[in-house]
Design a protein around this ligand. Sequence first.
Ligand code: UD1
Length: 420
Amino acid sequence: MEKIVVEQSPGLKGEISVSGAKNSVLKILAASLLAEGPCVIEDVPDLLDVRAMIDLLRALGSKVDYYPEENKIITEVVDPSITVAPYELTNRMRASIVVLGPLLARRKRANVSLPGGCPIGARPIDLHIKGFRTMGYTVTTDHGYVEGYVDGVISGGQVYLDFPSVGATENIMMAAVMANGTTTIFNAAQEPEITDLANFLTKMGASISGAGTSIIRIKGVRQLIGVHHQVIPDRIEAGTYMVAAALTKGQVLIKNVLSTHLRPVISKLEETGVIIEERGDALFVDASAGFSGVDITTLPYPGFPTDMQAQFMVMLCVAEGIHSIKETVFENRFLYVNELMRMGAKIKVDGSSAMISGVDHLEGAQVRSTDLRAGAALILAGLVATGTTEVFEPQHIDRGFVAIEDKLRGVGANIRRVKE
Ligand code: UD1
């Protein structure tokens, strides 16, 4: 059994370099299924989810050369006849569902097993399906599979999303790039990863406008070609290390960031009293004067990211006073709270809200990472807890954080991975 062992580590100091964005690269790899010719993807983070997507691409007929030491992937479709994505491959990660759009667009048929992923809510895909149907695809769900095919002309259409779902926006965008007409997505998600995907598709020859806003227009084109692309930095990884610096009252330079993508996180941290200085493509986080509590509501981008909720929860656990977190994106994202309470945190969860009464200190304990962001948050808690914290099931964390223990050790954290 593997675990990450963390000892109290006050005052982190030094530099951490952020890797490429998980939530970008997974969709970009899926989009490579649309290209004629090789795609070269740079700044690919070495993550379990990336490896899961590589396996899925290979099963779908792509040749994938992965160079983890160079953070690079070269991929090319060699057999476009495969249209089935089986359960053994999709159950490893929820994002697998984004192969549906590219398969429908280029291979005119897809049969994708409903994916697994983090247990943080029901996570339906009704919005994806509604979008495909509006464009003209025939889609059914049966025995745990989503099946779609082209029966007639894909003329595009006007898709209104009831909620600005990231995955639905991406899937619909990819299903629309080779349609015979124009598709407009209203109430589209505006996350930076959507813009990165749109930039990749545009380089390939797609005609997309409005990505990064709530209305995206996609005019179908006949062919897309392989291109070279560099993935944007991971704003959630960056935010997690910013919180690590804040929590430990440290001074850390976070390198390779796009600060505009981090605006909601920077603003919240500044509200706590932490000083953040922009230095080109780096952010200097100075929390030597400590921090106070804040209230938080998670929202779709540019609101406060749900993927940073658990990390800020740890700050509020040890901040003075009573503060609240309201989760509006996922319906079940407080599972990890029980683990923090085993470390001495005082948290009351009521539906989608949590009230946190700050305590003087957390105590090291044996805890279990329940999902990928929560797992990272437990490591952060270990950095400020007295004694030793053991975080079990670190494979959840490895899905989305590159060598988290090495990066934290590099700024002075007492942390190690133990394989028993
Ligand atoms: C993506 C991110 C995840 C992030 C989330 C929200 C990836 C791989 N993952 O997940 O890290 O936390 O965005 O920023 O990019 N929903 C529906 N019907 C649908 C689709 C979604 O009701 O058809 C609901 C979900 O249940 C959830 C909410 O919409 O409550 C947000 O989901 P969505 O934005 O789709 O998240 P993901 O794309 O799965």
